[in-house]
Design a protein. Structure first.
Length: 161
């Protein structure tokens, strides 16, 4: 099974890309963009939006390859696979994190890295019963039980210093 990732418009604005009024640089207001079907474009374009310009997912990295392989193996997420697009953006960027926590669950994915990992991780563990947890240490995406995730992340970070 291969997960289909809804692709955002090149504007990169995800859910609000064309649905919200915008102030242009000249101070005028740009109204939300209507789709060819008469609705408002909500960012994960149904490709009926006249402003839709798909992002080519042509960059890769070892971290991204590991994440998408794991997502396909687990067949997760079942809903909001657009989260994988954000993961791809982050993991193929020039400043991609060297160490991170990745979690997949039925309704999406979460990618945690940087200074606020503990805050976000603590908040997410309140509803963690159906999540699968992984830590990327710079070389390998490790499947980790919930009680060892933060410790594994800290050990991987310490190894990078």
């Amino acid at each position: 099974m291969t997960i289909t990732i809804p692709v955002a418009c090149v504007c990169g604005d995800f859910f609000d890309s064309h649905s919200q009024p915008r102030i242009r640089s000249d101070g005028s207001l740009q109204e939300p963009i209507a789709t060819a079907w008469g609705g408002i474009c909500w960012g994960w374009c149904d490709q009926a939006c006249p402003e839709f310009r798909p992002v080519l997912m042509d960059h890769t990295s070892r971290a991204w390859d590991a994440v998408i392989a794991q997502a396909n193996e687990l067949n997760l997420p079942q809903h909001f696979a657009c989260d994988l697009y954000r993961d791809w953006q982050c993991l193929t960027a020039d400043d991609a994190p060297e160490v991170f926590i990745w979690s997949a669950y039925d309704n999406g994915t979460d990618l945690l890295y940087g200074n606020d990992v503990l805050t976000w991780f603590t908040a997410m563990t309140r509803n963690a019963k159906d999540r699968r947890w992984f830590v990327w240490d710079g070389l390998t995406l490790w499947s980790v039980e919930l009680d060892g995730v933060y410790r594994r992340f800290c050990d991987a970070n310490a190894g990078r210093a």
